[in-house]
Design a protein around this ligand. Structure first.
Ligand code: PMP
Length: 389
């Protein structure tokens, strides 16, 4: 048996130990964690909908109708009218024939890869894809390779060198979760089409945020839905609720219903949650001001950070990492900010590549300009510690 305690201690010494914090109350910028008042810059609640009164009211009301637990899988008798309506609305929102709810984004990714690819097939993934997409490619049993980050030429070369048999599935994040940059979707779509490959985009961080109507990375690029046959979106980020969906053709969705194991063999998300998500979808679509506020804050942060001389990444999104390099230093910096009442997590390997530890700042429409300025001031004070190696 492995000495787990010794391994944990070694991890702690390397500055790689992950610890949880206890949050009191709801998700909002000003919050209490571990008994301390902080302003958090780490939530994925990009539009500030996780505790929006209309979403909460819809949840409460629907709990009166549907109760709390769904009680069974979708294919048994857990698929309520609320789930069904949400699926139809998500299909319309993403301009697809159909959409299918999953309990989490992790499960949606695993389910799609397993349903579409297996032994004798090929999965190709961006090197910096989210762990759930990488796991999806690894566990589905297909031959698996990673292409250079956001590099169409490398993907095209790899596709060209595959043998002629088997399905080809190309998986990419729309917005990369640790860097905040975008996948070159028009180029990837062209390459996938040229090589007869399925293209699947995980738009967990793009949906609700990018595009005039919040329809995500595809809308940002003006890319027709037909160019990306499989779209995955999560509901626990900009939508402020929980769960995920896959959108695509009628045939794709029916295939997933028949054979995606993470769909078939799991309890449906609560119906009340689906109803709450319908309320948040309406806000995502109608309240364009939230996106305007969010992007004004992104601009303010980037301009301020550039003035201070921080190393930002190539991101136009609310994910604005500050590159530090060394894990222990990133941790020290995060601790220093916490001392000043600012919660900004240090992201370290193996979540990000060796030597690229960073502070991952995420912004939300719920932040105020004053809070962003406070963060910039604190970062300026700590500038010495943040400066690159
Ligand atoms: N894909 C990406 C890009 C993500 O960032 C996440 C969550 N961090 C997921 C998938 C998983 O989604 P969920 O949290 O709903 O499991």
């Amino acid at each position: 048996m492995r000495d787990l305690a010794a391994q944990l201690e070694a991890r702690r010494k390397q500055g790689l130990y992950r610890a949880r914090r206890i949050l009191e109350g709801r998700q909002k910028p000003q919050q209490t964690v571990d008994g301390r008042e902080v302003v958090a810059f780490c939530s994925n609640d990009y539009l500030g909908l996780a505790a929006h009164p209309k979403v909460v009211a819809a949840f409460r009301k629907a709990a009166g109708v549907y109760g709390v637990g769904a009680g069974a899988a979708h294919l048994v008798n857990g698929h309520t009218r609320a789930h069904h309506a949400l699926e139809e609305e998500l299909a319309a929102f993403t301009n697809r024939e159909r959409a299918l709810l999953f309990s989490t984004g992790y499960m949606a990714n695993l389910g799609v890869a397993q349903a579409l690819a297996g032994r004798g097939d090929h999965v190709l993934e961006d090197r910096l894809n989210h762990a759930s997409l990488i796991d999806a490619g690894l566990v589905c049993g297909a031959r698996f390779q990673r292409y250079r980050h956001a590099t169409g030429v490398d993907l095209a070369q790899r596709l060209a060198s595959l043998d002629a048999t088997g399905e080809r599935l190309v998986l990419t994040d729309g917005v990369f979760s640790m860097d905040g940059d975008l996948a070159p979707l028009p180029e990837l779509a062209r390459i996938a089409e040229a090589h007869g490959a399925w293209l699947m985009v995980d738009d967990a961080h793009g949906l609700g945020v990018l595009g005039a109507t919040g329809a995500g990375s595809l809308e940002h690029f003006g890319l027709d839905a037909r160019r990306v046959p499989i779209l995955m979106g999560t509901l626990g980020k900009a939508f402020g609720t929980a769960g995920a969906f896959v959108a695509g053709s009628e045939a794709l969705i029916e295939t997933l219903i028949q054979s995606a194991r993470t769909y078939v063999y799991t309890t449906a998300m609560p119906g009340a949650l689906a109803e709450a998500t319908r309320a948040s979808l309406r806000i995502v679509q109608d309240d364009t001001k939230r996106r305007e506020t969010l992007f004004a804050l992104v601009k303010r942060f980037r301009e301020g950070a550039a003035r201070i001389g921080l190393r930002l990444m190539d991101s136009i999104t609310p994910i604005q990492p500050i590159l530090v390099g060394d894990s222990a230093r990133a941790m020290a910096l995060s601790d220093q900010l916490l001392e000043q009442g600012l919660l900004v997590p240090a992201i370290r390997p193996p979540t990000v590549p060796e030597g690229t530890a960073r502070l991952r700042v995420t912004l939300s429409a719920a932040h105020t300009r004053g809070q962003v300025d406070r963060l910039l001031e604190a970062l300026e004070t700590a500038h010495e510690a943040v400066a690159p190696d």
